[in-house]
Design a protein around this ligand. Structure first.
Ligand SMILES: [Zn+2]
Length: 153
C-alpha cells in the first residue's frame, strides 16, 4: 500500500500523509503490537483529541497513531520549530478550539517546518500543551473592533 502511494503521487500533501502512515506502521513495531493486529483489519490512521486520550478510551489503532505522532513530531523538534516559527511563544487558542487567522498561519508554518499535514500538527500542539487558552469573547471583541475600524476608514 505504501509503495503504491509512493509511486502514484508526488503531491506534498500525499507525501505528508505517507510520512504519517509510515510513522504509524513504525509505531506498531515500537509498541510491540505488530503481530497482534488483526490481519483483516486495515490500519486507519486517524486523529485523536486530547479529550479522548484523557478519557482512556483509545482503541489500539489510536494508541499507535499517538505513538506515531510522537515519532514524527518529537517534543524537542516541536520546541525547536516553535522557536523558529513563533519565537518559542505558545499559540493563543480561543474557547475550545478556535484560532485567530494569525494563529492559524503559525500552525500552518509549523506543519510545513515538520512536514506534516495541518490536523496532525493541531493535535500534537494540544498534546504538548503548546496552546495558550483565552476566552472566546476576546477574539470576538478583537474581530468586532477591527470591523468598526475598517468601516470608519
Ligand atoms: Zn495500524
Amino acid at each position: 500500500m505504501l509503495e503504491q502511494q509512493l509511486r502514484n503521487s508526488g503531491r506534498e500533501e500525499d507525501i505528508r500523509k505517507l510520512r504519517f502512515t509510515t510513522a504509524h506502521e513504525c509505531a506498531h513495531w515500537v509498541m510491540g503490537y505488530f503481530r497482534e493486529v488483526d490481519e483483516d483489519r486495515q490500519c486507519a490512521p486517524g486523529l485523536i483529541s486530547l479529550e479522548q486520550q484523557q478519557s482512556g478510551q483509545l482503541s489500539r489503532e489510536q494508541q499507535v497513531d499517538r505513538c506515531g505522532a510522537c515519532l514524527l513530531m518529537p517534543r524537542f523538534l516541536m520546541m525547536r520549530a516553535l522557536h523558529e516559527v513563533n519565537g518559542g511563544k505558545r499559540i493563543p487558542i480561543y474557547g475550545k478550539c478556535v484560532l485567530s487567522s494569525e494563529g492559524d498561519r503559525t500552525v500552518q508554518r509549523l506543519a510545513n517546518a515538520m512536514r506534516v499535514n495541518y490536523m496532525p500538527m493541531r493535535y500534537r500542539l494540544e498534546e504538548l500543551g503548546l496552546y495558550e487558552p483565552h476566552p472566546i469573547e476576546e477574539l470576538i471583541d478583537a474581530l468586532l473592533d477591527r470591523m468598526r475600524r475598517d468601516r470608519r476608514s
